[in-house]
Design a protein around this ligand. Structure first.
Ligand code: FES
Ligand SMILES: [Fe+2]
Length: 356
């Protein structure tokens, strides 16, 4: 069971990743070829010629069309065949799927599911991405050999940071602090505050704190797999209220988790902050710290992926801090099941065979 939610927007890459060249990508097991057309739009087509099934990404662009590299059948930006060499007529079955694409804030999203259900208002957005009082910085695309549900659940699991990220995002002060979980529509939030404790490495570097701080972590997981981690610190003497987090040093680490297939996931991550505005050296320094932390996650998740594939004699044990991941998996199961049931469509009229 691969458990992909197909009717959803997934990040295919940053805007800078797409140009004239044909770029093959796999998202939720769908093989696509992406390129930027002459009018600036990013086009995503099924990466399989309907003739002998050669990936179209092995062909070449002729203007805004794509010519198959085997016998030259040519497809337009809408996926329709516009040329079959050696004949005049274009068979009705000569087309490839065209996937809806949306580009916003330098991010390219693709909808691998049913095109007519693609709701452009449902593309993830947050006001800080277009607000000059915040500094927005795109990070990397991290490839992880793991199932996307394990990657995404790690992003609604604040309890792991004390153990996985001891030098950057966590420290021993948070080991025994309970995690709260709430849900609101398509967002699951797991959060906790660690009050009056030593700052973690990240805020020693960026907050300029010398004494104890109050630190918060709010992990917002937007279904199916976009995580916004609101974390920050403020001088403990301020005794900051929850809703006043903007008065502290506040950072949003955003992860766009894109399922590739059952064994691979890409995490496009970026960060948004209310400190060191316009300071590219600070961006690079944060990138470096995040790279350390996310490489730690990658190592754990890839090891789990290998371990999960081995025979298991008993079910994994569940503990209190699993609440966020449990709620998340249930919501994903519901979405996947809803899509599977919709696909069945109206009941088919029963047919009978009469035997004499
Ligand atoms: S395989 Fe594409 S034209 Fe023959
Ligand atoms: Fe982590």
């Amino acid at each position: 069971m691969t458990q992909f939610v197909r009717n959803a927007w997934y990040v295919a890459g940053w805007s800078r990743d797409f140009g004239a060249a044909l770029r093959p990508l796999e998202i939720t097991g769908e093989h696509m070829v992406l390129y930027r057309a002459s009018d600036g739009r990013v086009i995503a087509l099924e990466d399989r010629c309907p003739h002998r099934l050669l990936p179209l990404s092995k062909g070449k662009r002729i203007g805004d069309t794509v010519q198959c590299g085997y016998h030259g059948m040519t497809f337009g930006t809408d996926g329709r065949c516009v040329r079959v060499p050696g004949q005049e007529n274009l068979p009705a079955s000569a087309y490839v799927a065209a996937y809806p694409v949306e580009e916003r804030h330098g991010i390219v999203w693709v909808w691998p599911g049913e095109p007519e259900k693609a709701d452009r208002d449902a593309v993830f957005d947050m006001p800080e991405l277009a607000d000059p009082s915040w500094h927005v910085h795109q990070g990397d695309a991290l490839h992880i050999r793991a199932h996307y549900l394990n990657v995404a659940e790690n992003l609604v699991d604040p309890a792991h940071v004390s153990f996985v990220h001891p030098t950057t995002l966590g420290n021993a002060a948070s080991e025994n602090v309970p995690v709260h979980v709430s849900t609101s529509g398509a967002v699951i939030t797991a959060w906790r505050w660690i009050r009056d404790a030593e700052p973690i490495g990240f805020f020693k570097a960026f907050g300029g704190f010398s004494g104890n701080v109050d630190r918060w972590h709010y992990y917002h997981l937007h279904l199916p797999s976009t995580a916004v981690i609101d974390f920050g610190s403020a001088d403990a003497a301020l005794a900051l209220a929850e809703e006043d987090r903007g008065q502290g040093v506040r950072i949003f680490a955003i992860h766009f988790v894109t399922p590739v297939n059952a064994d691979e996931t890409v995490d496009h991550w970026m960060h948004v902050r209310n400190t060191a505005l316009g300071d590219e050296a600070a961006s690079a320094q944060m990138d470096a710290m995040f790279r350390v932390a996310f490489a730690e996650d990658k190592e754990i998740l890839e090891a789990i992926h290998v371990s999960e594939a081995r025979p298991q004699r008993r079910k994994p044990v569940r503990i209190a801090i699993d609440k966020g991941p449990n709620v998340y998996r249930k919501r994903i199961r519901d979405l996947v099941e809803a899509e599977a049931t919709e696909d069945l469509g109206a009941p088919v009229a029963p047919s009978f065979i009469q035997h004499d």
